[in-house]
Design a protein around this ligand. Structure first.
Ligand code: ZN
Ligand code: MN
Length: 480
């Protein structure tokens, strides 16, 4: 922020595509990514007159699961309403949403920023259907209704966040939570999760809420944080000039320019003329149903993160990464289970394996390295059979490329660690004899010379010498 006299107040609305095969109110496929335009459509999601929508039960079930994971009170009775507006991406002329009686209310999600934990309150979670996609070209606009009618949940936070980093952490925690409970794949590159961020500024110590700017349709964590950062600076400058915003506005964001731009005055609920959807029954969720889904809830990412840090001693950064995705977390859990070494498992999975996957544009599910193979690699390091450097380098490389077994690789390539004391003593003496200058430097107190000698010994054995033993032997020899 421009200075510390002001405080930002930030709330997020998140739209997430519910993981279902079909759309919210019709049997059309909800798999719309990279599909030929308008192939997943029918009279219901095209808004033809006289068609009757039917509620997708699976969407409700997953909406309830998400609500429970977010500690919300699931409502026994909720209903759908028509939110009326005209736009070419909305063939019905209204969106089916939930207005005054949403599926769930009053939850929270814990986030961790710079080691500080914080609960962000969730105001509500409701179900609705998505609009189509418009592509503006030179002579007109192309309409693709594959997305029209896709099941969405909208999750509205309370304005509990105060920095772009907090909003980013909340958005990431939300993505992880929705993925762990199977409520959404929340893949932003496929448009499955989008953010609207409300930002206002107030003098520090003031607890009033001032008019906000709502930044629409942010579709990556990076744009979310940049856009909020920009808006905080812009509005702080207005306060500095003594003319803060007087009314609520809706703005857009362009990544290229790194700026928000004015779209319109903010619309209110009155503008939409909400009324109950006459073609759909209310949604009734029984206590039994809720209990059953509660039992099905897996360990949530926040719980996993805490367990990794407190029980396993894994670093915070690694714990956040490992708990960010269900496939990654279960992979890591499997490696720990077999290797019995959580710290090395965390390093191998979060750093080495992830870097290789990223470089090759692969998902964890596509990895040829099975958790059991990675666990045996770690055991070989712990048993002193190979050095960590060789494990991380040559052996892992081969495992990643060919899915080969680490024991076979080490045997075939002769990479076993040299831990034979007499052999290593000979090696160290040779290194000392060949580097008399370093020996003198060391005697003059240059510690660097010592590490140079260790490095020479490792180099001579192509990294296969037991580094700890080499260090000890050299220390002893040089003391003489
Ligand atoms: Zn349809
Ligand atoms: Mn919405």
């Amino acid at each position: 922020m421009a200075n510390d006299r002001y405080e930002a107040v930030i709330g997020l609305e998140i739209h997430a595509q519910i993981r279902t095969d079909s759309k919210m109110f019709c049997p059309c496929s909800s798999d719309s990514f990279n599909k030929e335009p308008n192939i997943n459509t029918c009279p219901v999601c095209m808004g033809f007159p006289g068609q009757l929508p039917v509620i997708n039960e699976e969407a409700v079930r997953r909406g309830v699961k998400a609500s429970l994971a977010l500690h919300c009170e699931v409502q026994g009775f909720s209903k759908f309403d028509r939110k009326n507006y005209f736009y070419p991406d909305l063939p019905k002329g209204f969106q089916i949403s939930q207005y005054d009686q949403p599926l769930a209310l009053n939850g929270w999600l814990e986030v961790e920023v710079n080691g500080e934990k914080k609960k962000v309150r969730i105001h509500r979670l409701h179900l609705e259907d998505d609009a189509g996609k418009l592509t503006h070209i030179q002579n007109g606009t192309l309409c693709d209704y594959n997305r029209s009618g896709i099941a969405l949940m909208e999750i509205v936070s309370e304005p509990d966040m105060h920095t772009a980093a907090e909003a980013g952490a909340y958005a990431r925690a939300m993505q992880a939570t929705l993925r762990f409970v199977g409520a959404s794949d929340a893949d932003m590159e496929k448009g499955m999760m989008r953010f609207d961020a409300s930002v206002s500024i107030r003098p520090k110590g003031d607890d009033k809420l001032y008019p906000r700017a709502e930044i629409k349709n942010l579709n990556s964590f990076r744009s979310l944080e940049s856009a909020i950062g920009y808006e905080i600076e812009r509005q702080s400058a207005l306060w500095e000039e003594g003319k803060p915003m007087e009314k609520e506005i809706t703005v857009g964001w362009t990544d290229d320019k790194g700026k928000t731009y004015f779209l319109r005055d903010k619309e209110g609920a009155d503008d939409y003329r909400y009324f109950p959807e006459p073609d759909l029954p209310p949604v009734k969720v029984t206590a039994d149903f809720i209990d059953q889904l509660k039992k099905e809830l897996p360990e949530l990412p926040t719980e996993k993160r805490v367990r990794y840090m407190e029980e396993f001693g894994v670093s915070q950064a690694e714990a956040i990464l490992l708990s960010s995705d269900p496939a990654l977390a279960s992979y890591f859990d499997a490696v720990v289970g077999e290797s019995g070494d959580p710290k090395k498992s965390a390093t191998f999975v979060s750093t080495i394996l992830m870097a290789h996957l990223k470089k090759n544009g692969m998902e964890i599910a596509e990895s040829k390295v099975q958790p059991s193979a990675l666990a045996s690699l770690i055991k070989m390091v712990n048993d002193g059979k190979i050095s960590m450097n060789i494990a991380k380098g040559e052996v892992f490389e081969e495992m990643f490329e060919k899915g080969a077994d680490p024991e076979n690789i080490v045997r075939e390539k002769g990479l076993e660690q040299v831990s034979d004391a007499s052999e290593l003593e000979k090696l160290c003496q040779q290194v000392i004899d060949e580097n008399s200058q370093s020996l003198e430097d060391y005697k003059k107190g240059k510690e660097q010379a010592f590490f140079f000698l260790v490095g020479q010994a490792m180099k001579k054995t192509k990294g296969q010498a037991n580094a700890q033993m080499v260090t000890d032997i050299l220390r002893k020899a040089l003391k003489k």
